[in-house]
Design a protein around this ligand. Structure first.
Ligand code: B1M
Length: 211
C-alpha cells in the first residue's frame, strides 16, 4: 500500500497521530506537499463524508476523522507555504456565522498561501461584525466566505450588507464558496465570484485582482 493510501486510511480509521506520522514520512520521502493533501488527506475526508451521508459513521467518528485531517494538514501546511511565489495580494477568509466547518476553508487558505497570497483567517462562526472589524484592520484586497450549511449561507448576504453599510464594499472583492453555495447564489447576494473548490478559489482571486 502506498504512503498516500495509508494517509487516506488513517483518516478513515480516525488515527490523528498516525496521520501526522505518515504525512511526515511522505514529506521526508519527497512526495510533493500538494500531492499529500490531494491524494491522501482530502481523499480520506471525502470518503468519511460519503459514509456520514449514508449513516455508516456518526458525528463522534466524523470529528475524530476531521481532527486527523486537520493535524495532518498542519504538518504539511508549512511546506505548502514554502512553495509560494511573490506575495500577490491580501485575502481575509472565514467561515460565516453559525458555521464551524473549516476544513475546506483551511484548504483554500493553504492553497492561496502556496500561491503567494498573504492570508488572514477570520476563523469559524465569524459574524459580519468580525469581517468588518478585520477588513478595517487588515485592508484586504479580497474577502472570502465559506459556508457548509444551507442555514448559514444567509450570513454571507448579511456580511456583504455589513461591509456595504460600513462603506468598505467598494474597496475589495468578495468571493464565496462551500458545498451548498453556487454561482447563482453568489450573484444574488452581490458577491464578485464563487469558487467550487480550492483551486477555483485561487484562480478566482487571481482573475479578480488582475481585473
Ligand atoms: Co458537518 N455537515 N455538520 N460536520 N459535515 C456536512 C456539511 C453535511 C453535508 C453532512 C450531511 O448531512 N451529509 C451537513 C450539511 C447539510 C446542509 O446544510 N446542506 C452537515 C451537518 C448537518 C452538520 C451538523 C448540523 C450536524 C449536527 O450537529 N447535527 C453540524 C453543524 C455544525 C456547525 O457548523 N454549526 C456539523 C458538524 C460537523 C463536524 C464538527 C462534526 C465536522 C466539521 C469539522 C471541521 O470542519 N473542523 C463536520 C464534517 C467534517 C462534515 C462533512 C462530513 C465533511 C465536510 C468537509 O470538511 N469536507 C460534511 C459532509 C460532506 O461534505 N460530504 C458535513 C471536505 C472539504 C475539503 O470540503 O468543506 O466542501 P468542503 O470545501 C471545499 C469546497 O466546498 C470549497 O473548497 C474546498 C476544498 O476544495 N470551498 C470553498 C469551501 N469553502 C470555500 C470558500 C471559497 C471557495 C471555495 O471562497 C471563499
Amino acid at each position: 500500500m502506498s504512503l498516500l493510501e495509508k494517509i487516506k486510511n488513517s483518516i478513515i480509521e480516525m488515527e490523528p497521530e498516525l496521520t501526522v506520522e505518515l504525512t511526515q514520512s511522505a514529506l521526508a520521502e519527497g512526495i510533493a506537499p500538494m500531492e499529500i493533501v490531494a491524494g491522501g488527506l482530502i481523499s480520506g475526508i471525502e470518503i468519511v463524508g460519503v459514509k456520514f451521508k449514508n449513516d455508516e459513521v456518526f458525528l463522534p467518528e466524523v470529528m475524530m476523522s476531521a481532527k486527523a485531517f486537520k493535524d495532518g494538514f498542519a504538518a504539511v501546511s508549512p511546506k505548502l507555504k514554502d512553495s509560494g511565489y511573490e506575495p500577490k495580494g491580501r485575502v481575509l477568509i472565514g467561515s460565516v456565522k453559525g458555521d464551524i466547518h473549516d476544513i475546506g476553508k483551511n484548504i483554500v487558505i493553504a492553497l492561496l498561501q502556496g500561491n503567494g497570497y498573504e492570508v488572514h483567517d477570520a476563523g469559524v462562526d465569524a459574524p459580519p461584525e468580525r469581517f468588518v472589524d478585520m477588513v478595517r484592520e487588515i485592508k484586504p484586497n479580497v474577502v472570502g466566505m465559506s459556508a457548509l450549511l444551507t442555514t448559514t449561507m444567509a450570513f454571507m448576504r448579511d456580511t456583504v450588507s455589513a461591509l456595504k453599510d460600513a462603506g468598505l464594499r467598494d474597496s475589495l472583492k468578495i468571493i464565496v464558496g462551500g458545498a451548498p453555495v453556487s454561482a447563482d447564489f453568489a450573484k444574488e447576494i452581490g458577491a464578485d465570484g464563487y469558487g467550487e473548490d480550492a483551486g477555483e478559489a485561487v484562480d478566482l482571486v487571481k482573475s479578480l485582482l488582475a481585473s
